[in-house]
Write a protein that binds this ligand. Sequence first.
Ligand code: ATP
Length: 371
Amino acid sequence: MARILLNNVTKRYGKFKELAVDNFNMDIKDQEFLVFLGPSGCGKSTTLRMVAGLEDISEGEIYIGDTLVNDYPPKDRDISMVFQNYALYPNLTVYENIAFGLRIRKMPKHEIEAAVKRAADVLEIGNFLNRKPRELSGGQRQRVALGRAIVRSPQAFLMDEPLSNLDAKLRVQMRAEIIRLHRTIGVTTIYVTHDQIEAMTMGDRIVVMNKGVIQQVDTPEQIYHKPQNLFVAKFIGNQPMNFFEGTIEEINGYLTFSTQTFSIRLTDKQTKMFNQLRGVSYNIIMGIRPEYMSFEKEMFDVYPNAVLKGVLQFNEFIGSDHYYHLDSQGRESFTVRAHPRFSYREGEEVRVAIDMEKVLFFDSKTEKLLT
Ligand code: ATP
């Protein structure tokens, strides 16, 4: 079992003991594909490098399998790393590059041959084994780097932004390749990225980090639909979530969420939640993704009391959809995803209905999701 366990792992750098990773706790299951996601400098690479043994741990414990590896050098941790700069040996052939780690470990020649062949088959690079890295495309080189990692059947793969040097198309292709590889050989994998699409498409679970602190650990679906705080809500989503500041008030016997420019009635479930949350500050930030705001008649029928008006500022056409950027009395701006058949013009005032089931409420002070 190659479960990886991090207990209260902390990293401080340099003379000023600057905190890069703060009390990180994580139980990575055997065969899991776990993604560390977060903005630049949030501590993703440092955490991965501590698991790899490339960085000392200031406090805490790391287990790989049942072994406490705090004092083990990288070569004794039975892990394979794949980096952004895949650093192949330029003078060695593809075969020799993949075989390198096995030769160092003095594996018998026929076993090396069999292992390289297996890896080459999985990655479909059998035809390039006699070429030098400079005779390969970027994607092929990256596959060789992966080959070098998988040839050893290690306990875990540690990957640090392995695709960020590839162009967009190759990245999509290699993403699929790595997922396929993981399904085939099922080795526990930690994958570092700042690309949320990569994280969402590849991870069994995602760890969202900010400033060295874990913000949320969850499946991609939960991270997208139930972000536990404002940081995660703002970080996830190609088109950003819409946010409105307001208060919860009782109007005509109904609980409503009111901003400077509109009031919408809460659902029974939301009313119950706020009634149970007595004592919580009622200064609220409401979050709603652009795809859950709508011009469709059906939505107005379902939520006649969750409607606001906006003036169209500009419109982004992305092929399958439009993103309409609207503005409410010059005070609040928001984005609506809509079918291209809606053809509103700039400056036009339109009505928008909100899918109240998809609304999220965050406490303004704590920035936490209210549930
Ligand atoms: P990126 O996506 O930019 O690679 P990251 O999330 O991987 O960022 P880390 O490289 O882990 O971030 O860095 C975390 C913090 O630790 C940052 O504030 C960084 O400046 C600091 N840091 C990293 N390496 C060192 C070092 N060798 N000495 C001092 N500080 C460091």
